[in-house]
Ligand binder design. Structure first.
Ligand code: 26Q
Length: 826
């Protein structure tokens, strides 16, 4: 049966491009620059999208489905052009049309800046979720901030990371629509005036505040092949025009200037921290800014065609992407009470039934807390509400636990109160103010229930649930790896594009010699493609016949890039001391940005680059190993890297990585996991089987047990294991730097002789030997071509669970209860 394709008029597209080049730039195609051709083509695509967008809005207006508002400080969308074409099912048509005009579609795609309104996993997950929501036909709004500068661009100078601002909007964004008619006002500071009005109602009026105007920009989010177009609404801030230059009132003048400054700073830049809190006042302002505007919009939209605000939750659900948007709980309470006159109890019922919270980390330095005085000064009315939520919740704890045998009420209050030690604890607010709390992988959710949030779980077990993360196969296979995508479609049909569980049909090819050869041939071509990129960007020649061993992700101590590079140093040492030993050539590929103020992370980047320099230039090792650090790792080059990976390094200290999603993207593309039993690795191994992954190291339970007992002493390992000793000495003996002291801080992190409880907090030395052993097993397995091909193929075949379509369907069925939108079939 021939499947329905979305209609796409190729001739119209071509005419539209020519017309756009003419009217936008007064040029012919021959005269236009690649950037101009990109803009002209993007506007032509947008034309096609707009019709679908309007149809979707009309269908939604008629069907009145429940809507999910995915609230997130980050949406790491990656480039839109190619992805929109994929989801319009028009990629091949546009490629042909451009070909006929003498233009390479890849060159056009490369003109688009990579919108990087996110740090890493959490932001990219939000982007995958929007893709899946539209593809599955659910009405959703992404709500976020239109940062003028997204994640910084990383350049490497002399081996060090240098951050360069990312002016992604410089040439405008052809896909966005400015919707000034939906602007909202957001108020900061001042004080709350409480009085009784004529009707006897108590009124809480914020006065003496600063106000900014929030302007929404809408980006279309296309479903795959179904004509659904949802909206990512990101907010920009503008000053409210009240500036009278001839004002003689100094107070007014001062205030007007401050308001302008506030507006200009609010959306200036994304905080480049990942799994670490920067307790900056501006960050809290950003949070309240986009949340207030988004919640106001959601209520307005509901009241357009409904009159009972008490039933708001039947048509809307707010998913809070970590604690960053949690002020939504109090803002919804405020609007329901102060603007729509609900009582506390009525407003509370609506709020709890509307809000849901996803936890993405158990790292203590990432738990969001705000000083009470800052919070109160910035958001006086919101603070009153949080204070009352806390008072009632503490009351509830006391009612429930006073007089219960063996329970210390004070310790319950200490561990669960929202306000404690002069801090506002955002996770506690999110748990109390919503009806669902979820972790992002089975192991992570279990750790939340048994340890981090144990008291909450005991008090309200019904709120807790797991939603193992997923990724969109449309971007990370169909777009990123066209050769493999076509091959899979030829073998099992194209059903996998919207139903990844169908990948298991590939299992029947796992032992088929011809299929294995074809699969590995495609991997080889993708390795050549990456090798070309590396030659162009790093000026390093790498051999596509070597094992491509890849670790790409944010740089963080718990992710243990240091373990990886220490192992490379060991290997180098080993090859030099045993030049005749048989060794399978490997290319170690790293990519990682470090938060700008994270010194240990930045020094690790310098170490990787220094090791790379020495090894790549050492002719005596005959090119057996190469080390490449890919500059400015981001969504666009990630697509090339995943497609080319043989080995997927997922080596976090067990219990620390909530889920990981890069692990899934590599599995999808036929890479074999080398990892610890952490995050979603556990589920990956469960799906693919232990024989098709390389697992090593401490278990999460072992790590947590050590932590409970004050850590372990790495000195014991240093003294008893000559491999460890040799490698650590290379850090401080000048092998990789003229300045022998340069890497001393890393050495000290591992061995800290003054304070052994602070030494090697991430168990790098403890896991070192097991890691070396796993690397050895990999070389052995890879040398057996047939065995490796089977393993790689099995990874692709077993990745069905890890589609974000599955994750979203679980959220819909178990938490959000959304209705599907029916679109007119063309
Ligand atoms: C908070 C306050 C101030 C400044 C920055 C932040 C901040 C920003 C981003 C805190 C944390 C983050 C990002 C966290 C993150 O990306 N977590 C990852 O989420 C993924 C999706 O669930 C998981 O797969 C990863 O395991 C988890 O580390």
């Amino acid at each position: 049966m021939k499947k329905k394709q979305l209609p796409f008029d190729k001739e119209l597209f071509t005419r539209s491009v020519l017309y756009n080049v003419k009217t936008l730039y007064r040029k012919t195609m021959e005269e236009a620059t690649p950037q101009e051709i990109y803009q002209a083509s993007a506007y032509a695509i947008k034309d096609a999208i707009i019709d679908h967008w309007m149809t979707t809005q009309k269908a939604a207006a008629e069907q009145d489905p429940k809507i999910v508002y995915y609230m997130s400080m980050e949406f790491l969308m990656g480039r839109a052009f190619g992805n929109n074409l994929i989801n319009l099912q028009a990629y091949k048509a546009v490629k042909e049309a451009l070909d006929e005009l003498g233009i390479d579609v890849n060159v056009v795609e490369d003109q688009e800046p990579d919108p990087a309104l996110g740090n890493g996993g959490l932001g990219r997950l939000a982007a995958c979720f929007l893709d899946s929501l539209a593809t599955l036909g659910y009405m959703a709004y992404g709500c976020g901030i239109r940062y003028k500068y997204g994640m910084f661009k990383q350049t490497i100078r002399d081996g060090y990371q240098v951050e360069v601002p990312d002016a992604w909007l410089e040439n405008g964004n052809p896909f966005e629509l400015r919707r000034s008619e939906y602007a909202k006002e957001v108020k900061f500071g001042g004080y709350v005036n409480v009085y009784t009005d004529d009707t006897g109602r108590t009124v809480f009026k914020q006065e003496g505040y600063q106000v900014v105007r929030a302007i929404p920009y809408d980006l279309p989010i296309l479903g795959y092949g179904n004509g659904m177009v949802n909206t990512l609404r990101i907010w920009d801030a503008e000053p409210i025009q009240c500036f009278q230059l001839d004002s003689f009132d100094k107070g007014d003048y001062q205030k007007a200037v401050e308001q302008e400054n506030l507006a200009s700073q609010l959306c200036e830049v994304l905080y480049p921290n990942d799994n670490h809190i920067a307790g900056k006042e501006l960050r809290l302002k950003q949070q309240y800014f986009f949340i207030s505007a988004s919640v106001q919009t959601a209520l307005k939209r509901y009241l357009k065609d409904h009159d009972n605000i008490k039933k708001f939750y039947t048509k809307a659900v707010f998913q809070l992407n970590d604690t960053h948007p949690t002020v939504a709980v109090a803002e919804l309470m405020r609007l329901l009470m102060d603007e729509y006159y609900l009582t506390w109890d009525e407003a509370w019922e609506v709020t709890v039934k509307t809000c849901c919270y996803t936890n993405h980390t158990i790292m203590s330095e990432a738990l969001e807390k705000w000083p009470v005085d800052l919070f109160q000064r910035l958001l006086p009315r919101i603070y009153q509400i949080v204070d009352e939520i806390n008072r009632r919740f503490v009351d509830q704890i006391m009612r429930q636990y006073t007089n219960s045998a063996g329970i210390d009420v004070q310790s319950k209050i200490r561990s669960m109160a929202i306000l404690y030690d002069n801090q506002v604890k955002m996770a506690h607010l999110a748990i109390v103010g919503g009806h669902s709390v979820n972790g992002v992988a089975q192991l992570h959710t279990e750790i939340l229930k048994k340890r981090e949030l144990k008291d909450f779980y005991e008090m309200m077990p019904e709120k807790f649930n797991n939603k193992t993360n997923g990724i969109t196969q449309r971007r990370f296979l169909l777009h990123a790896n066209p050769l493999l995508a076509d091959w899979i479609t030829a073998k099992i049909g194209d059903g996998w594009i919207t139903d990844l569980s169908q990948m298991d049909k590939l299992k029947s090819y796992a032992d088929d010699k011809k299929a294995q050869d074809e699969f590995m041939e495609i991997k080889h071509k993708n390795k050549e493609r990456l090798a070309k990129y590396i030659l162009e960007h790093n000026n390093i020649e790498v051999d596509p016949n070597s094992i491509f061993d890849v670790q790409v992700k944010r740089l963080h101590e718990y992710k243990r890039q240091l373990l990886n590079i220490l192992q490379v140093m060991y290997k180098y040492h080993d090859i030099k001391s045993h030049p005749n030993k048989d060794f399978y050539p490997k290319t170690y590929i790293f990519g990682a940005k470090a938060a700008a103020g994270y010194l240990t992370a930045k020094l690790t980047i310098k170490l990787i680059n220094s090791v790379a320099d020495v090894i790549n230039k050492d002719a005596s090792i005959g090119g057996k190993i190469k080390v490449v650090f890919i500059e400015d790792y981001r969504v666009s080059n990630a697509e090339l890297i995943f497609a080319a990976a043989d080995v997927s390094e997922q080596i976090s200290t067990a219990s620390k990585e909530a889920s990981g999603t890069g692990n899934m993207k590599m599995m999808l593309n036929g890479a074999v996991t080398l990892g610890t039993m952490d995050g979603a690795n556990v589920e990956i191994v469960n799906e693919v089987g232990e024989d098709n992954a390389f697992i090593f190291g401490l278990s999460s339970q072992e790590v947590m047990d050590y932590e409970k007992n004050g850590g372990y002493n790495p000195m014991d390992i240093y003294n008893s294991n000559p491999n460890v000793k040799a490698v650590l000495n290379m850090l401080v003996d000048g092998t990789f730097s003229k300045n022998k002291e340069l890497f001393r801080p890393l050495y000290n992190c591992l061995l800290n002789t003054n304070n052994s409880s602070k030494a090697d907090q991430y168990f790098i030395l403890k896991d070192f030997e097991a890691y070396l052993e796993a690397q050895r097993r990999i070389s052995e397995a890879y040398a057996d071509k047939k065995r490796w091909a089977r393993m790689a193929l099995m990874n692709t075949a077993c990745c069905g669970k890890f589609s974000s379509d599955r994750t979203i369907q679980e959220y819909v069925d178990e938490v959000w209860k959304l209705d599907k939108v029916e679109l007119p079939v063309k």
